[in-house]
Design a protein. Structure first.
Lengths: 288, 792
């Protein structure tokens, strides 16, 4: 459990960090919370030669509503999300999700930006953020660009963040009117990655018609996914019990889990169906 | 409430004293092996095999030795020069220290890298190039017995198969006769999976050989320091390391659970390298090495049968076992007991015939068979009998509690001769189960279960009423490598009435520094706060076989009481001398002798001890010391009645333990708080194999869950709020009537949990579930009986 040799730098600005990334090349990695990267280094599954620690860079940790968006700084810790009054008052699925992420020690240090930038479909925030229709701000030498999460995950541990770039912010359209959201994952024990997880977001207009919907799945596809077919079904509907059952069935059909110690394909699809039904029902209840 | 004979100040038996050792542990001031730092110390890391079965064609250390700070790379060929490449196991089998030509399991030691620091040693390990020629491993113990299976132990002359031994006990003919005439027979194949103790502290050592004095000091994570000293002397005597030149120090230990009984190759390599270099060698395993290479526990495949009458009287049981030992039998059992004390498997029930048979086989898995918080295979036996009792009850249509009540051995029938040869010392099984049923509200739960089923909700109630057998053991039957399994205590009392007592056992969290002091306080009347307890240094402690299998209280605890009684007898003589009365005229109350009928005429124990140094009777030896080696006349038989209430989510198959009541009978209780702590920990280690833990290998011999990411050790979150209680049936033959409690909960909990889960879904046609019962496994089983097809 000892990593290979690496150098360590702790820049104090984004620009300095980006310069270092260019200077050190492909073998440099950004260190945020470190709770995915460092275990991989200790097992020697990852051996970056340079670690660029961005914990000293000010201004990357915040949760605020601004210009019609909920904006979350990339270095915001899971525990800050857990404790945020703004989050607790409106965006309930974060509360559901963060309390299922690892353990308190990890949540004290793990960051939301890191959870996304790691590019692992087993992480919880990809599904949560996708169901919220989030996008991310990626900063590089040429300035910043915004990428929808739908286009963010390219493959196993690979994302839209190019070398020389840093994920700096998460942007989510603010909740309006009757808004409800929920997240749950089945896990073998506390702190485990999901056997299957589902994030559901619903928003309704004055007349009770659904005008915003998101359904994201955790760890049942090679890259994080949303269930577009089910979202289309629910959008514009009143989200009846039958609609929920149909959406749950679609989620089970459209995901593509693989067999591992957590379960076989059949069991995971079954869980996706059950949890989708439960989370849509819960989100609907919260939207009242 | 437990009645105490001593005052709170003296703090003898029955007082919930806080643990004396906790002051240093909670302040981070414990002293573990990895805290030992010696001048000039070098560090060792171990190259391990990626294959389960392979020829070693070449080991190239060139690149490793080029790394600045790498001192040496040691291979089996190097050890062969000193005839140290093989070592004996506790079961008189043989185990490689380092291989010269073949590796037998994934993660086996292949070479050792010695470096000036731990980080360089790790880099050196990565740089050692080993050329393997992989072979097809034998992973399935049943396939290992096929005539065409490769013979794994071709190193053994004349070995033509993978069979290790056959063992049997009981009356085969009588049992068969009952089975062939019985109204009802139930039969079930079950696997008690391979699991790991997964103690918080991994294994390790600092071997420090002094070339000038020809003396080895071995700091190591061992539960049995004296036995280790003798083993080292037996193995290394030929190179001049004789027993008086060896000092084994077992410092604070972060959990043992049986996993720190065996001698692992790493210890031996460290000793060999220190012997050759004269430098202290530190070796500390990392978590994955500990999980993947160190001794496993369990791994018994059991075919269990029970016969009885249609009105629910148990008449006979028959167990057939296939034991998967990995590539060598490195079990930690008493020598005459290859299956440990598995023959306790007739349980708490009164019937006349049983037959048990076991065969052990070699496979390409790590060696072991340690008694994981278990008195040598008792957990396997209890699982079989308690599952079968439930299956039998279901078959004859009786409530499992009622059936148990009707079949229990009666309180007045003790001592009771079991069909497999044990003499159960004492017990009150009816009282225990009744207390557990009252505590949990058994009858109401049965009603609730039926109500919930109408709503499609699954609730199950599971019972386990087990009998343990601990305290190994009486010298006529129990030895390890010939050394009898007595244990010892030595008490030295200083002139001012304060004492130090030393033991041949070794606490790994059991709280000996507190409980032994309480036993001595009980017998001698010295306040327990003033009795210092020391274990784990073979230079100072009397000889003993260590702490495992719940044996410390039954053996060393008894020795403490007996040694203290010798001192009390001496004090009485001094008292008679000082008060000028005859000994017969004196009475004892904790802390003082007084003259019968004149209680104002008395001498405190402190006064008498002082006199032993300042004014002892003519002809009496001065000083105030005693030693006792205690050879128990029988084992002790703790028992328990556990009831688990489990809820199963009818859609996701999630399993939640709603309540768990554990009523233990460990005889007289030394420290109720420590007993409760032991039970809490043991129950959590009972829920572990029942619902979470199993070491899983694929057909190629790869371990699939060799880290804590996938080897699922339950935490406080998975544990219900344990509800504990006790009945007290003192052990009649034990000086303080105690029986031992450390492993009862680990042994008794798994079948209670599984019985509860089976009970929750039994109406759907489920008769048995293999452990660990995970939601995934339960889903597959329910699907197989058509449940999810109907609800889909």
């Amino acid at each position: 459990m000892i990593a290979e040799n690496f150098s360590y730098a702790a820049p104090s600005s984004i620009q300095e960090a980006i310069t270092m990334l260019h200077e050190y090349g492909e073998d440099a990695k950004i260190l945020a919370g470190g709770h995915s990267l460092i275990p991989m280094m200790k097992l020697r599954f990852a051996s970056p030669t340079h670690l660029i620690d961005i914990n000293n860079i000010p201004g990357l940790s915040y949760i605020r509503e601004e210009d019609g968006f909920l904006k979350i700084g990339a270095m915001t810790r899971e525990v800050d999300v857990e404790d945020s009054e703004l989050i607790k008052s409106k965006y309930h699925l974060f509360g559901d999700a963060t309390k299922l992420i690892a353990d308190p020690q990890v949540r004290n240090f793990g960051t939301l930006g890191g959870n996304l930038a790691h590019g692992d479909a087993a992480n919880d925030h990809p599904a949560v953020m996708m169901s919220l229709g989030a996008s991310v701000i990626i900063t590089g030498n040429e300035g910043s660009r915004e990428v929808s999460l739908d286009d963010f995950f390219h493959g196993f541990y690979t994302t839209a963040v190019e070398h020389g770039e840093i994920l700096t912010e998460i942007k989510i359209p603010v909740a309006k009117g009757r808004f409800g959201s929920a997240y749950h994952k089945a896990e073998r024990k506390v702190g485990d990655y999901a056997t299957a997880g589902v994030a559901a977001t619903l928003q309704f207009d004055e007349s009770g018609v659904c005008n915003r919907v998101g359904l994201g799945l955790t760890n049942v596809s090679p890259t994080p996914m949303r269930v577009s077919r089910a979202e289309e079904l629910l959008m514009g509907s009143r989200v009846s019990e039958q609609d929920i059952a149909a959406a749950a069935k679609m989620a089970a059909e459209d995901c593509s889990p693989s067999e591992d110690l957590r379960g076989n394909v059949d069991y995971k699809r079954h869980l996706v169906k059950v949890i989708t039904k439960r989370m849509l029902t819960k989100a609907l209840g919260r939207a009242k | 409430m437990i009645k105490c004979k001593t005052s709170k100040e003296i703090g003898g038996m029955g007082h919930s004293k806080k643990r004396k050792e906790d002051a240093r542990f909670i302040q981070g001031k414990g002293n573990y092996v990895d805290d030992v730092k010696l001048p000039g110390m070098l560090y060792m890391d171990i190259v391990r095999s990626p294959y389960a079965y392979a020829k070693i064609k070449n080991i190239d250390a060139t690149k490793a030795l080029e790394i600045p700070g790498v001192i040496a790379v040691v291979t089996g060929k190097d050890l062969e020069k000193y005839n140290l490449h093989w070592m004996p196991t506790l079961m008189s089998d043989t185990q490689m220290v380092l291989p010269t030509d073949t590796v037998m399991y994934q993660a086996q030691e292949v070479a050792a890298v010695i470096a000036t620091d731990r980080y360089i040693a790790r880099d050196g390990k990565e740089a050692v190039m080993v050329d393997y020629e992989p072979m097809d491993p034998v992973m399935d113990p049943f396939e290992a017995l096929n005539p065409d299976a490769p013979v794994l132990r071709s190193d053994k002359e004349g070995k033509t198969d993978n069979h290790i031994w056959n063992w049997k006990v009981g009356d085969k003919e009588k049992t068969e006769e009952i089975f062939s005439n019985a109204d009802v027979v139930v039969k079930q194949q079950m696997h008690i999976p391979r699991i790991h103790v997964a103690s918080i502290e991994t294994c390790g050592c600092v071997a420090s050989y002094d070339k000038v004095e020809n003396h080895l000091t071995m700091y190591m994570t061992t539960q049995a320091p004296h036995a280790i000293r003798t083993v080292i002397a037996l193995v290394a005597g030929h190179v001049g390391l004789t027993e008086e030149k060896i000092r084994v120090i077992s410092p604070d230990i972060g959990g043992g659970f049986g996993g720190k009984v065996p001698v692992y190759p790493g210890y031996v390599i460290a000793i060999a390298v220190s012997f050759l270099t004269g430098a202290p060698i530190k070796w500390i395993e990392d978590r994955s090495e500990n999980l993947q290479a160190d001794s496993f526990a369990r791994d018994y495949h059991i075919t269990a049968e029970m016969a009885g009458t249609s009105d629910g009287k148990i008449q006979a049981t028959r167990f057939k076992v296939l034991a998967d030992h990995g590539y060598t039998d490195a079990s930690a059992n008493p020598s005459k007991f290859p299956t440990g004390l598995f023959s306790i498997g007739t349980g708490s029930y009164d019937y006349g015939a049983a037959y048990m048979e076991a065969d052990a086989v070699y496979t390409n898995k790590p060696p072991g068979g340690v008694a994981y918080r278990c008195s040598f295979r008792v957990t396997e036996a209890v699982h079989a009998i308690e599952r079968m009792t439930d299956m039998f009850a279901r078959k004859v249509g009786k409530d499992p509690a009622q059936l148990r009540m009707e079949n229990f051995i009666k309180k007045e029938d003790f001592p009771w001769a079991s069909p497999t040869g044990w003499s159960y010392d004492s017990g009150d099984y009816h009282a225990g189960l009744q207390k557990a049923m009252d505590a949990i509200g058994y009858d109401d739960l049965r009603k609730e279960q039926l109500e919930l089923r109408k709503e499609g909700k699954f609730l199950g109630i599971g019972i386990s009423t087990f009998t343990e057998v601990v305290g190994a053991g009486p010298a006529q039957d129990f030895d390890i490598l010939g050394i009898k399994m007595f244990d010892s205590a030595e008490i030295r009392v200083h002139p001012t009435g304060k004492a130090i007592a030393r033991f041949g056992t070794k606490s790994q969290g059991q709280g000996h520094e507190t409980t032994y002091a309480q036993i001595i306080a009980e017998e001698l009347g010295i306040p327990m706060e003033h009795i210092q307890i020391e274990e784990g240094d073979t230079d100072t402690a009397p000889y003993g076989l260590g702490t495992y299998a719940s044996r410390s209280t039954p053996t060393a605890g008894a020795a403490a009481a007996m040694a203290a009684r010798k001192l009390r007898d001496k004090a009485k003589k001094i008292a008679a001398f000082l008060m000028e009365v005859s000994e017969e005229d004196l009475d004892w109350e904790p802390g003082k002798f007084f003259v019968k009928g004149a209680p104002e005429k008395s001498k405190t124990i402190q006064e008498l001890i002082f006199a032993a140094y300042t004014n002892h009777p003519p002809g009496m030896e001065g000083g105030f010391e005693a030693v006792h080696y205690y050879d128990p006349p029988n084992l002790t038989f703790p028992s328990g009645a556990y009831i688990c209430v489990a809820e199963v989510d009818a859609e996701t198959c999630d399993i939640k333990v709603r309540r768990f009541v554990a009523i233990d009978d460990c005889g007289n209780i030394i420290n109720p708080m420590i007993v409760q702590g032991q039970v809490h920990g043991g129950l959590t280690q009972g829920i572990a194999p029942a619902m979470y833990e199993e070491l899983i290998y694929d057909k190629a011999g790869n371990i699939l869950n060799g880290t804590f990411m996938d080897y699922l050790v339950p935490t406080a979150v998975e544990s219900p709020s344990w509800e504990t209680g006790h009945t007290i049936t003192p052990a009649p033959h034990h000086p303080i009537g105690a029986k031992g409690v450390g492993e009862s909960p680990t042994v008794g909990a798994p079948p209670a949990i599984v019985n509860a889960i089976v009970d929750a879904v039994s109406h759907l046609g489920i008769k048995h579930l293999e452990i660990p019962v995970t939601p995934f496994k339960l889903y597959k089983e329910l699907k197989a009986v058509g449940y999810f097809n109907e609800t889909a």
